[in-house]
Design a protein around this ligand. Structure first.
Ligand code: 5IU
Length: 533
């Protein structure tokens, strides 16, 4: 599995030596690496063994702490040597940015260079794969990769930017064999294009490349672009967490921090949200194992039943609900409901609904749209008449209360012992709704941070270019443009082909029709053929 992650959150235990000692690949007390890995251990400490003893847990905690301290010190150093500046800067693209990053100056500060190498080496421990060589992206990352190679005792290759017109005319210098697994080292990622250039050259020479580490991710879509090309990116810092660290160190005023975060969000919205309306490929092909069991189950059902259809059942009695569920069951991958509309809801309703979900193989989506503080949603999710966490497979929430809400739901989900996926409401179908592009972009950021618990969005267009976070779109009907209360309908073709959504939610178009089963079959076949025809 490859995904975009940052350094401090998921430290792994270090590799063990052959005699069983814990042997960190970096000497963290010094903040730099110890060249303990031998030739034979050159899997770069990626195959870390996980013990169960409590000493190891203590080690785990202190590893995390050491990494955090290393990052804090480096953030301070980068600020002090002027590698990261805040003010008003005109970028090459013409955009005015409130921050500027130029890591080239780091080569003049051996201690900073050592810290950079040590933090890259720390990141290595988070990979589950193995690497034979590393390769720095020219030019700024070359000294970084070299320092890392020396500190970590890692073989390196170099990829030329320009090929000489004399001599060997080699593009990749150094010792490697066909199929050697290469890890890319980069200083800063914006769009990901520099990394992709090097990946192309390395792959053309027969090296296998599927991971990169970057010191700083500017959070402008590079991570997703790389993922789209099969490159998993790990970053030591993302710009938002570098800025947060500097604020915590009192090196940045809160007002400036807000301005910078606004800039990051707006720039990301421009790269993520404003896409051309034509030829947006649907994400269904991105069905490979995603590390989210709920997402994987949904995609597996969708593929098996050849259905991307979710039926919304806004009916008021258990009898109607179960009747529709049984009728449309064979044609859908998800049944969406509002339990609070059902007048005679009992635990028997949820039990029988689950039986139908299992019988026809569809998932249950409670459209509860949680929107309160974390503490309250925990209770709304798991207690009360509906006890949603005991039967739902998917729930949704508004992002407006902030990450505490997501944490609360995740916590309640863990307590329930069931696998439940969350969708954030990032856009609405109703006329005059108050959601704007910035809010949507913030939802995207929150969802990425909450993956794999958060698996996607309720929205009207594709938001995550990689398709990992999918979109279910409500407001779908063939025969109507809307209702009297602001609902707006689009056709399956428009939403799937032009807007790149992944699943369609159809309510009255199906449960309001004379023959819901027939209508469901029609929407199922139509949407599947739009997608694959
Ligand atoms: N729904 C919307 N639009 C939204 C959101 C949810 O229609 O923006 I968020 C829900 C409401 C209803 C279903 O349960 O999706 C759509 O039903 P109709 O197809 O009957 O309009």
């Amino acid at each position: 599995m490859t995904h975009c992650v940052e350094g401090e959150l998921t430290p792994q235990r270090p590799a063990k030596t052959s005699c069983g000692d814990v042997a960190p690949c970096c000497d963290r007390n010094e903040g730099h690496s110890s060249p303990r890995a031998t030739q034979g251990e050159r899997r770069l400490a990626c195959g870390a063994e996980h013990g169960t003893g409590c000493e190891e847990d203590l080690f785990f905690v202190s590893t995390k702490r050491r990494r955090f301290l290393g990052m804090e010190q480096l953030a301070k150093d980068l600020f002090e040597i002027g590698a990261v500046k805040f003010g008003t800067f005109k970028l090459k693209s013409g955009i005015t940015s409130p921050f500027y990053v130029d890591l080239r100056v780091a080569v003049s500060y051996p201690r900073v260079l050592r810290s950079i190498a040590a933090l890259y080496l720390e990141c290595l421990q988070d990979f589950s794969g193995a690497f034979d060589v590393i390769c720095g992206v020219p030019y700024t990352a070359l000294p970084f990769a070299t320092a890392m190679a020396v500190q970590g005792d890692l073989p390196m290759v170099m990829c030329r930017k320009e090929v000489k017109d004399h001599g060997t005319r080699r593009v990749v210098e150094g010792a490697f064999t066909q199929g050697s697994r290469c890890l890319i080292i980069e200083d800063v990622v914006t769009s990901g294009s520099s990394i992709l250039e090097v990946v192309g050259a390395l792959r053309a020479e027969g090296l296998k490349v599927d991971h990169a580490i970057v010191l700083l991710d500017r959070e402008q879509g590079g991570c997703e672009a790389l993922l789209g090309q099969g490159i998993g990116l790990r970053s030591v810092f993302r710009i938002s967490n570098l800025v947060g660290t500097l604020r915590n160190l009192n090196l940045l005023e809160p007002g400036k921090v807000d301005m910078i975060l606004d800039f990051i969000c707006t720039a990301r919205a421009a790269s993520d949200v404003k896409r051309p309306e034509t030829n947006v490929p649907s994400a269904l092909p991105v069905a490979a194992s995603s590390s989210s069991p709920v997402r994987d189950q949904l995609y597996s059902i969708a593929e098996k039943k050849r259905s991307i259809l979710c039926v919304a059942t806004d009916v008021q009695s258990t009898k109607e609900l179960l009747g529709i569920a049984d009728a449309v069951g064979p044609h859908i991958c998800v049944l969406k409901l509002h339990a609070d509309i059902i007048q005679d809801w009992t635990t028997d309703t949820s039990r029988r609904l689950r039986e139908l979900a299992d019988k026809h193989s569809f998932m249950l989506f409670e459209d509860r749209k949680f929107a309160d503080i974390g503490n309250t949603v925990v209770a709304q999710f798991s207690a009360g008449v509906h006890r949603i966490s005991s039967w739902a497979d998917i729930v949704n929430a508004h992002a407006i209360p902030g990450p505490g809400l997501i944490e609360g739901l995740r916590h309640a989900c863990a307590i329930s012992g069931r696998m439940i996926g969350l969708l954030l409401v990032a856009q609405m179908s109703s006329k005059g709704n108050l959601i704007d592009e910035r809010y949507t972009a913030t939802c995207l950021r929150m969802a990425r941070e909450a993956f794999p618990f958060c698996i996607g969005f309720i929205a009207q267009e594709r938001l995550d270019p990689t398709g990992k976070l999918f979109v279910m779109a409500p407001g779908v009907q063939l025969d109507s443009k809307g209702d009297q209360l602001g609902q707006q309908y689009n056709s399956p073709e428009y939403l799937l082909k032009r807007k790149g959504v992944d699943f369609l939610i159809v309510g009255r178009g199906i449960y309001g029709s004379e023959e819901p089963a027939k209508a469901a079959q029609m929407y199922k076949e139509l949407s599947w053929s739009v997608l694959h025809g």
